[in-house]
Design a protein around this ligand. Structure first.
Ligand SMILES: [Zn+2]
Length: 234
């Protein structure tokens, strides 16, 4: 016969063991689900800022044969990339969706006003990445090929730039193999991985025409996007 006191301790021990078992099960479930969660849950929609360079009075580089403004082509490429990103479920914030400049009309220094506006838009969007679109120009018409830039010291920017460079180099004629450090305002002020893509040279007659080809533009933006996707995997 157990004494009342003894029975109490046996009972208490049973509860303690039961509680310990429950805790163990709860802990195991937590560990199990936290370990496999990323594979089960869809990734949250990433926010991409697409920045079409120049605009308004600042047309940027000009094509030597067709007289096309860089600001116009930048916008076409930015919109094409926007469409692809949206189709794949990304949230896109455009810094510019028309040919209007981003500067305040009354600002004494329009370039400064424009860049500050871009910075403000990037900060407000709080994006995961920033992609700035430009067209290149060089005194010699020989220079050609897309080039991707990132800010000095930005590990994320470099990884994104490498990924996009690789995708473009493998699929787009003359696209440069390696990304470069570039001292650009939009890269320097972005608090997230950011790249500036010079899509090609308006000073090169062949590229000037190619850059305006609808099919080429679609291909270019698609492979730029594939580079972004590859970067997102990391
Ligand atoms: Zn430019």
């Amino acid at each position: 016969m157990f004494s009342k006191k003894h029975r109490f301790f046996v009972l208490k021990r049973k509860y303690l063991i039961l509680a310990a078992c429950l805790l163990l099960v709860a802990a195991s479930i937590t560990v199990y689900f936290s370990a496999i969660r990323p594979a089960f849950l869809p990734k949250p929609a990433h926010v991409i800022v697409i920045d079409a360079g120049h605009g308004g009075k600042d047309g940027g580089a000009v094509g030597r044969i067709t007289d096309t403004d860089e600001s116009f082509l930048n916008l076409q490429y930015a919109k094409t990339l926007q469409k692809i990103c949206k189709e794949f479920g990304f949230r896109v914030v455009m810094t510019r969706e028309s040919m209007e400049g981003l500067y305040s009309p009354l600002a004494p220094n329009k370039k400064r006003s424009e860049m500050e506006k871009r910075q403000q838009m990037i900060e407000d969007a709080n994006p995961d990445i920033v992609v700035s679109i430009h067209m290149n120009s060089f005194p010699s018409s020989e220079a050609k090929g897309a080039q991707v830039y990132y800010a000095q010291g930005s590990e994320g920017g470099q990884a994104l730039a490498d990924s996009v460079s690789k995708s473009l180099h493998q699929n787009i004629k003359n696209a440069k193999n390696t990304a470069k450090v570039g001292d650009f305002y939009v890269l320097n002020v972005s608090p997230c991985p950011s790249i500036l893509v010079e899509c090609g040279f308006l000073s090169n007659p062949e590229e000037e025409l190619l850059l305006q080809d609808e099919k080429y533009m679609q291909q270019f933006c698609y492979h730029l996007f594939c580079g972004i996707l590859k970067f997102q995997e990391f």
